[in-house]
Design a protein around this ligand. Structure first.
Ligand SMILES: Cc1cc2nc3c(=O)[nH]c(=O)nc-3n(C[C@H](O)[C@H](O)[C@H](O)COP(=O)(O)O)c2cc1C
Length: 218
């Protein structure tokens, strides 16, 4: 099914706001599925896709989450809320085999690369030269998917609010989230109630982008 794109990628990035008040209008199921489909196209190291999303639609579930999130109103107002998690259980033979099988299914995997993955992935997680902790690794990837989700949503006319204001241990206990899974972010999705918060501005490129070394003039 094709979906009418409401905004270009550029307009979606420019017009997205962290929305604190939502109308009660539901998100059409096809639109929600399309947001998820596009969000899950985010990249990940070795295509391991460690993100996991719990979708809350029931008022009771959202009320439970709001109580873990400093009573922030957008959680119960939004028609759908995602609990965005990162799963640290990706360094197992079975899981690596499932990623290889996926690559084979879409004809994007050679035997040589599959062998390389079977050796390199366990090594990456044992030595972890590229990250401080597995939690940092899951966060890195899950938040990329969250960024994709927010832009995909806005391009289809759906607003969002990324949220770190929650007590992770409480969310994990309330929603049966395993110990090896990190809660990275909450993401209410829906349609903004007026007035939408105005743009808060961003630092100039030259303030946050450097040339050749940290602090170097661009
Ligand atoms: C990781 C992350 C966590 C955030 N947590 C919250 C939150 O708990 N509650 C909230 O109202 N806004 C939250 N925000 C929204 C920011 O305040 C907002 O993105 C920022 O002020 C810039 O505004 P804009 O997104 O509308 O451009 C969060 C944003 C990010 C990226």
């Amino acid at each position: 099914m094709s979906h009418p794109q409401i905004l270009s990628c550029q307009a979606a990035i420019e017009q997205r706001r962290a929305v604190r008040a939502f109308r009660s209008d539901p998100i059409p199921e096809e639109t929600l599925q399309e947001i998820l489909r596009l969000g899950l196209r985010a990249p990940s190291g070795y295509n391991l896709q460690p993100w996991r999303f719990i979708l809350l639609r029931q008022a009771e579930s959202k009320a439970k989450l709001r109580a873990c999130a400093f009573d922030q109103r957008q959680i119960t107002e939004a028609p759908v809320v995602l609990i965005c998690c990162g799963d640290r259980r990706i360094n197992t033979e079975d899981y690596i085999a499932s990623v290889i099988a996926l690559g084979e299914q879409v004809e994007a995997m050679t035997d040589a690369f599959a062998d390389y993955m079977r050796g390199a992935i366990p090594q990456l997680f044992e030595q972890h030269p590229c990250f401080e902790s597995l939690e940092a690794w899951t966060n890195r990837h899950t938040m990329l998917a969250v960024a994709h989700l927010m832009i995909a949503a806005k391009s289809l006319g759906v607003d969002s609010c990324p949220m770190e204001g929650f007590v992770s241990a409480q969310v994990k206990a309330e929603f049966s989230i395993p110990a090896e899974v990190d809660v990275c972010c909450l993401l209410p999705l829906g349609y903004a109630a007026d007035p939408i918060k105005t743009y808060g501005g961003r630092f100039e490129i030259a303030q946050v982008c450097y040339g050749e070394q940290f602090g170097g003039k661009l």
